[in-house]
Design a protein around this ligand. Structure first.
Ligand SMILES: C[S@@+](CC[C@H](N)C(=O)[O-])C[C@H]1O[C@@H](n2cnc3c(N)ncnc32)[C@H](O)[C@@H]1O
Length: 273
């Protein structure tokens, strides 16, 4: 992303709060296969408000973290939260920089990297992963968790949600992001010379078997959709009418006793050599 206005979700406090809830809600599925207990100094790229940072510090008590993010607003919120978290004391620093051009020395400091929901926002995921490779020492591990937005499905069928979602993805594409980058992680990592590349498709599939979690997910997804409304309206990507109908359909889904929520994302892990 070239500047803050190209970030679809915006930087309101409400949106920042959503990132904390999102991280906690998805913690079990994201971290199920993340093993960083042998890593000493982790680089977290696109750390945002520190939502994943808090989880990383809690799950891996030996870890030292350097976080980087483009946005001063996100960093300010992360500092606010981390500075009062006893688990974070003396264990992290946050740097403001562009992940596509890191102001960090090559191969000296970091033996691991963690990226979550960030490559979808950058014009060149390749540049970011190339920078990650440059700054990591050989034999480091990388974890990348990314979206694959074409996998979204909702029952009952909600045409305006669907239309809104497609435009949401168009907006992101047209503004230099990539809502489908998850599917490309294997190719990207391979082209940059990473080794031991593994990708996993992880699915959130919620139906009558988990009504509580389904309700939470639908509420959370409504917030996600709505976080893009101001940007999409002002750029003329959707009409007020579509937004109104999208919200109505989401409310209908929330009340439907047979609702289904389905979404898949991709998690990749690789090594540097
Ligand atoms: C959706 S948030 C995810 C934050 C965090 N990883 C999480 O899971 O909560 C994406 C973050 O990437 C940051 N970002 C986007 N483009 C960036 C770039 N080129 N360099 C550094 N950070 C960037 C944004 O400022 C934002 O904080």
């Amino acid at each position: 992303m070239s500047n803050d206005s190209n970030y679809l979700h915006g930087f309101t406090t409400q949106e920042q709060d959503r990132l904390y809830r999102q991280a906690r809600f998805l913690e079990s599925i994201i971290y199920r296969d993340v093993e960083l207990s042998q890593v000493k100094h982790l680089l977290e790229v696109g750390s945002g408000v520190g939502a994943q940072t808090q989880i990383l510090l809690r799950r891996f008590p030996e870890l030292q973290l350097t976080c980087l993010d483009f946005s001063p607003a996100q960093i300010a919120r992360a500092e606010e939260v981390l500075s009062v978290n006893p688990l974070a004391k003396d264990r992290y620093s946050i740097r403001q920089m562009n992940a596509m051009d890191m102001d960090l020395p090559s191969a000296t400091q970091f033996d691991g990297a963690f990226l979550c929901w960030v490559l979808e926002h950058v014009p060149s995921p390749q540049k970011v992963l190339s920078e990650v490779r440059r700054v990591l020492t050989p034999g480091s591990v990388v974890y990348i968790t990314e979206v694959l937005n074409s996998t979204f499905f909702l029952e009952p069928y909600s045409p305006n949600v669907w239309q809104y979602w497609m435009r949401y993805n168009d907006w992101q594409y047209d503004n230099g992001g990539d809502p489908f980058v998850g599917a490309k992680l294997g190719n990207l990592l391979l082209s940059l010379g990473y080794t031991n590349i593994r990708t996993q498709v992880k699915t959130i599939h919620l139906d009558n078997r988990q009504p509580g979690r389904r309700a939470e997910m639908i509420a959370f997804w409504s917030e996600l959709l709505q976080s893009g409304v101001p940007q999409m309206l002002s750029a003329g990507y959707v009409t007020e009418e579509t937004v109104v109908k999208m919200k109505e359909e989401m409310q209908k889904v929330a009340k439907d006793p047979n609702a289904v929520f389905f979404y898949s994302f991709v998690q990749a892990t690789a090594m540097t050599s």
